[in-house]
Design a binder for this molecule. Structure first.
Ligand code: B12
Ligand code: SF4
Length: 476
């Protein structure tokens, strides 16, 4: 079948209850759609966001029937594996000739397993997607050999073929802006209630890909070839301005896993400080605690250009665990970071992990105490999750630690592995206790609900509403 029309599908998904009610734009799909649109202008492109449409699986089937695409593409993380598989299965049910393509961290990490488990997937794009998908469409339309396309996995005569990896794009500035124009009707719906309020427009943009650290539990560095590549700071500022001025995007979430304040903080400040949009935007960044701690002056500058929320992977109070994770930070960095963010009126968001092999009731109790001592505005506690593609996954698999192989539960809220002394159930219970300790205090909740800080008020209303605690309780 010649590819004339392609349909990107963001399938119906389960929300991550920990961060409340939200509707995110399908960023990955928009980034890919923009590139295909520019490189292959003859191809008709549609993006369907089932969440924004409030569409269920039957609705998706009907939509594919009426849209009649020649290719259906989707993407997801590990916890979305089955929803991606179901979306492409539906496409095949509608018309077995529709070519189905998936990509992203999960499918890139376990392509062999995925092609065997989900025969309805025709092609897996491994790693960076833009060049590979364009080459695939071109080759299918010109009858060229698929085997010559780098970064692809597929079945051929009942054999699974993995072509060599594709080299990464050198200059990310060549990428077009994400194709928000293809989903203009949905844009007004995107929001993140707990983080920015129900009526603040939420958009996601990419400033960099990958990371040059090597944390054992993280998928990102491997997926992006162990490198950190950034767009130019001017390009990032232009993209921020574009989303704000063209689409009214206010709460702007940078996908960069490691912001690198030391390298880009000052430059981004210089780029944005004279732009009008800085008064309107609310930037969300992810940074390492060592990077924040070492750059107090730049943190102040970032606040001046609209940075209002920074999320940091604090992970653990134990230096031995940080070492075991190859995190490269010290727990002292967390104290300095949280104080710096507080002093600069930036909402401080700390991520913690429990459930390492040597974790006990006592060590998790110490982590809870540590989380109170460093005083972040917002804490998220997660269960150590062996994501396929991580160093930790290989170790856990070899040692038989993985107790739960249902990928839907790989959302860091479900305990997947026991520790040496705690059952999986006990880890789950400890996780609930972490939330209960951090958010369960009556005094703290009252102070939060009536805080002068609007963000804190929204957040504590969410947490004090007990929905999160109740949902965690139900997982035990
Ligand atoms: C923004 C974000 C969110 C947002 C919004 C998600 C969204 N729909 O936009 C929110 C807050 C909702 C969220 C939630 C969660 N997230 Co999140 N999130 C991200 C983040 C920061 C950016 C995603 C993104 O847009 N990336 C940019 C795009 C361009 O990269 P990409 O998806 O990899 O796509 C490229 C290639 O992989 C490839 N590709 C990918 N898919 C496809 C498909 C096709 C057809 C093709 C051709 C190519 C292709 O081409 C693209 C361009 O080259 C990533 C980290 C990151 N930097 O990616 C984490 C990340 C994806 N999240 C993660 C996790 C764990 C979660 C949560 C489970 C919990 C949590 N702790 O946050 C929940 C799950 C929610 C759910 N139930 O779905 C992990 C996933 C790990 C894993 N292996 O599963 C990541 C990697 C963070 C991390 N460092 O570990 N997340
Ligand atoms: S956890 Fe953060 S610092 Fe560590 S490798 Fe992943 S993105 Fe890099």
């Amino acid at each position: 079948m010649k590819i004339k029309k392609i349909l990107f599908v963001e399938p119906p998904r389960i929300y991550w209850f920990v961060m409340g009610e939200y509707l995110p734009p399908p960023t990955t799909l928009l980034i890919l759609a923009a590139y295909i649109e520019r490189e292959l202008p003859g191809i008709e492109i549609e993006v369907l966001d089932c969440q924004a449409e409030n569409m269920n699986w039957q609705g998706l089937e009907k939509y594919i029937e009426s849209s009649n695409p020649s290719m259906v593409l989707t993407s997801g993380f590990t916890c979305n594996t089955y929803s991606c598989a179901r979306a492409v299965e539906i496409a095949k049910t509608v018309n077995k000739d529709i070519i189905t393509v998936v990509g992203g961290i999960h499918f890139s990490s376990v392509p062999e397993e995925s092609l065997i488990d989900f025969p309805e997937i025709d092609y897996i794009i491994r790693g960076e997607g833009e060049l590979t998908i364009v080459e695939l469409i071109k080759s299918l339309n010109n009858g060229k050999k698929i085997q010559n396309i780098k970064g692809l996995s597929f079945k051929h005569n009942d054999k699974i073929i993995h072509t060599p990896p594709r080299p990464l794009i050198k200059n990310l500035d060549i990428l077009p802006y994400p194709a928000y124009h293809l989903i203009e009707d949905y844009i007004k719906h995107y929001h993140f209630s707990m983080m920015a309020g129900r009526n603040t427009r939420y958009m996601v943009l990419e400033g960099a890909r990958g990371c040059d650290h090597r944390c054992s539990f993280c998928t990102q560095w491997k997926h992006w070839g162990g490198m950190w590549r950034s767009k130019s700071v001017k390009r990032i500022a232009d993209e921020i301005e574009h989303l704000n001025e063209t689409y009214g995007g206010v709460f702007l979430w940078l996908t960069d896993d490691h912001f690198k304040i030391n390298i880009r903080g000052k430059k981004l400040y210089n780029e944005l400080k004279h732009r009008k949009c800085k008064e309107d935007i609310m930037l969300f960044l992810q940074a390492r605690t060592d990077d924040v701690a070492k750059n107090p002056d730049l943190v102040k500058k970032l606040r001046e250009i609209g940075t209002y929320w920074i999320m940091c992977g604090v992970e653990s109070h134990k230096e031995t665990t940080l070492k075991e994770f190859k995190k490269g930070t010290k727990n002292q960095d967390a104290y300095i970071t949280m104080k710096l963010l507080r002093d600069n009126d930036i909402f401080s968001h700390a991520m913690f992990v429990i459930g390492t092999r040597n974790d006990t009731h006592e060590s998790i109790e110490q982590l809870r105490q540590f989380s109170m001592d460093i005083e972040p505005d917002f804490s998220i506690f997660t269960a150590l999750t062996p994501f396929p593609g991580t160093v930790y996954y290989e170790t856990a698999k070899q040692n038989g630690w993985i107790d739960d192989t249902n990928y839907t539960n790989y959302d860091m809220a479900h305990a997947i592995m026991p520790t040496e002394t705690l059952s999986r159930q006990e880890v789950q219970q400890e996780l609930w206790k972490c939330y209960q300790t951090f958010y369960g205090s009556y005094k703290k909740n009252i102070a939060g609900v009536f805080s002068k800080n609007k963000l804190k008020r929204i957040l504590y209303r969410h947490m004090a509403g007990q929905h999160v605690l109740r949902k965690f309780r139900r997982l035990i």
